[in-house]
Design a protein around this ligand. Structure first.
Ligand code: IPM
Ligand code: MG
Length: 358
């Protein structure tokens, strides 16, 4: 199979982890006889520094021309404490999502058994948890009208959803539930918010078309609690952009570490595959970042964008085997990890590559 992949490392540890992700793609191409070509582009803080824009036109052109995008992270601490900054790295990410129509963000939460002791949650609560989140990605308060009034002393953001936006993500979630345990939980705040009442109405209207899927509705506050209390009760979860952002960071603890979680952002065109973790400037350049979320993002790309199931399974299998062999990056090392098994980014990547070359 011939595919053209755009690598967009972005900021912070993005470059370190996507380097490993790309090596995994190269190894898969060799092992399975595919022809993958690559290009690279800037986004975020590094793009602002180079061009003044967090999403340069050239990047967008390259993105549209690619079959899939391997993405790192965006963000820089310099903006976090400067609320007045007019241009911010995150704008590049949000604009990319909008421009490419990436309305569905899939965040699978699956605990590798070997990482049971890496989480701060009790093993008996975690064992067997397997959740697929569908976070809506191009609507909500992220894109609604926002403004400062009253000489800057008042501010508002608008939580806004249209029926078609809810419908398309909810349908994707129902379809996925059908291929899994046939349970769908829709998360909203319909006891307070009008946009959530619309959301719930849409889910209720679509549900009869998927009569084989059991549907439940939870309010965001209760969902946040249940996720930690009993993660196994969830199969597929569908929710809006902001609630999904928050819930999936929480859910990352079910997978042991943020450093393990991959995501796929898809719409009707090119898909973007990225870790859910951020740019992590505190560890940038130290060579200790966990590359496994980027590696698992590659698995999602192979599966979802290219339909290469065996190749995707080979990647996930390699991650599983490396963990079974006892190797850990710092973030997932537990009390029983032997010190010599704690690896840096490149060494962890090498372990995965060795297995894929075998
Ligand atoms: C994510 C991130 C982004 C978001 C930030 C970096 C804007 O937290 O992808 O979850 O809020 O969507
Ligand atoms: Mg987030």
């Amino acid at each position: 199979m011939k595919k053209h992949i755009l690598v967009v490392p972005g900021d912070g540890i993005g470059a370190e982890v996507t380097t490993v992700g790309k090596q995994v793609l190269e190894a898969i191409a060799r092992k399975f006889g595919h022809e993958f070509t690559y290009d690279e582009a800037l986004i975020g803080h590094v793009a602002i520094e180079a061009t003044g824009s967090p999403l340069p036109g050239e990047t967008l052109t390259k993105m549209r021309a690619a079959d899939a995008i391997l993405f790192g992270a965006v963000g820089h601490p310099k903006y976090d404490n400067d609320p007045t900054a007019k241009v911010r790295p995150e704008q590049g990410l949000l604009q990319m999502r909008k421009e490419l129509g990436l309305y569905a963000n899939l965040r699978p939460i699956k605990l590798f058994d070997e990482l049971l002791d890496a989480s701060s949650i009790k093993p008996e609560i975690l064992r067997g948890a397997d959740i697929l989140f569908f976070r809506e990605l191009t609507g909500d308060v992220y894109f609604g009208k926002r403004e400062r009034l009253d000489e800057g002393n008042t501010a508002y953001d608008t939580m806004i959803y249209s029926k078609y936006e809810v419908e398309r993500i909810v349908r994707k979630a129902f379809e996925a539930a059908r291929t899994r345990n046939k349970r769908l939980c829709s998360v909203d705040k319909a006891n307070v918010l009008e946009s959530s009442r619309l959301w719930r109405e849409v889910v209720q209207a679509i549900a009869p078309e998927y009569a084989d899927v059991e549907v439940e509705h939870q309010f965001i506050d209760a969902a946040a609690m249940l996720l930690i209390k009993d993660p196994k009760r969830f199969d597929v979860v569908v929710t809006g952009n902001l609630f999904g952002d928050i819930l999936t960071d929480e859910a990352s603890q079910i997978a042991g570490s943020m450093g393990m979680l991959a995501s796929a952002s898809v719409g009707d065109n090119t898909g973007v595959y990225e870790p859910i973790h951020g740019s992590a400037h505190d560890i940038t350049g130290k060579g200790v970042a966990n590359p496994l979320a980027s590696v698992l993002s590659v698995a999602l790309m192979l599966d979802i964008s290219f339909g290469l199931k065996a190749e995707a399974e080979a990647v996930v299998g390699a991650v599983d085997a490396v963990l079974k062999a006892g190797y850990r990056t710092r973030d997932i090392a537990g009390p029983t990890t032997q010190p010599e098994h704690v690896l840096g980014t490149d060494a962890m990547g090498q372990q995965i590559l060795q297995l894929l070359q075998a």
